[in-house]
Design a binder for this molecule. Structure first.
Ligand code: NAD
Length: 339
């Protein structure tokens, strides 16, 4: 690929997120084109490829990665398929943006960390897109100035209008709280050392057998506490909030006060209905940053180490949910590559 050529991207998995990333690369992002789409559902891949000139549909990630017009891979298949696709991308020496979770458990995430280490340089960015959300970026910058003093606590709320039919109680941790795992580590600059998941009486509006909501407490190696309310059938919309409580003040994001209306004796605003709407700008910035870095020959953003740490925290969280009690998080020593 020459310095100026558009980056040829293979999008692997063309479901809700993958199809949105295809649209984003085709219509929003500069410096890249969708040269391949891959889905085990051949019809879905063909339908999406047909909308884009020069885009080929595949059912197998390895064949797409071997194609001459593919320079990079964006993995948006379900979590259990990520490890195989990442290892294939490493074999083809392709830069990768991999949707969260890196993989569904710590052992498989560690195999990815080890495989990247064998390459001797970073190749993959993990799709923790909240790091590109304008409100989270402001909160991070403020904490970094030190004006508020040391962060003592971080309160997180993560609410979805309704969960999809396949959602299990463990997925509230491994799929949803995975995001708070990353923002807690990133905002505070700490590793999470222990997790406790508490179980209030489930909402009458949650599907049978779904433990919803859950209340999660993280302890960190910097002595901070973070809590996460995860409630995936709140009914009213998609809402993500965070409040940092520091020695000299607090800072809170996610109140969604972009526009306030006054009408008929009431004031108010609207609530986004899903993550694609709430984090649209963050996804755009995330993918643009990945494309720009890749064209410069660099890898930036959340690393596979971040993906591994999140997987280890979520695994401990699922153990706490199922067995009860506080679970410690055991991480291997952080390799120098992720210093
Ligand atoms: N960053 C975020 O905010 C965010 C939000 C939602 C989902 N996600 C992540 O995105 C990924 C995809 O989620 P989704 O909601 O789009 O799922 P989805 O079920 O809508 O789509 C998954 C697609 O992958 C295809 N697929 C399955 N196995 C495959 C394989 N081995 N190779 C190629 N394609 C395969 C399926 O046929 C389907 O079309 C997951 O990792 C999920 O956690 C991230």
């Amino acid at each position: 690929m020459t310095e100026r050529a558009a980056l040829g991207v293979a999008v692997i998995g063309t479901g809700k997120m993958g199809a949105d990333h295809v649209r984003r690369i085709h219509e929003v992002v500069s410096g890249a084109r969708v040269s391949a789409v891959v889905d085990v559902d051949a019809e879905r891949a063909k339908k999406i490829a047909a909308r884009i000139d020069g885009c080929t549909a595949y059912t197998d990630p390895a064949s797409a990665m071997a194609a001459a017009d593919v320079d990079a891979a964006l993995i948006a298949s379900p979590g259990p398929a990520h490890e195989a696709a990442l290892l294939q991308a490493f074999e083809h020496d392709l830069p990768v943006l991999c949707e969260k979770p890196l993989t569904p458990d710590a052992a498989s995430a560690l195999r990815v960390v080890e495989a990247e280490q064998r390459l001797g340089r970073r190749r993959a960015q993990v799709g923790f897109m909240r790091r590109w959300d304008s409100e989270y970026m402001k909160l991070k910058s403020l904490l970094e100035t030190g004006q508020l003093g040391r962060p003592l606590m971080l309160h997180n709320r993560h609410r979805n209008a309704a969960s999809p039919p396949f959602f299990t109680s463990s997925m509230l941790i491994s799929d949803s709280v995975a995001h708070e795992t990353d923002v807690t580590r990133w905002l505070l600059g700490h590793e999470i050392t222990a997790v406790t998941v508490l179980r209030p009486t489930p909402s009458a509006n949650a599907p049978d057998d779904l433990q919803d909501p859950q209340f999660v407490v993280f302890e960190t190696d910097g002595g901070a506490l973070a809590d996460v309310e995860i409630f995936v059938n709140c009914g009213f919309g998609y809402q993500v909030q965070a409040e940092a409580v520091c020695e000299r003040g607090t800072a809170r994001i996610g109140d969604g006060h972009a526009m306030v209306t006054n009408m008929a004796g009431r004031w108010g605003g609207t609530i986004a209905q899903d993550f694609v709407e709430r984090f649209a700008d963050a996804y755009d910035r995330e993918v643009q940053a990945w494309v720009d870095a890749t064209r410069r020959g660099e890898v930036t953003g959340p690393s596979v180490w971040d993906g591994y740490a999140a997987a280890a925290v979520c695994e401990a969280g699922v153990r706490s949910l199922t067995e009860g009690g506080r679970m410690t998080v055991e991480l291997v020593e952080r390799p120098a590559l992720y210093g």
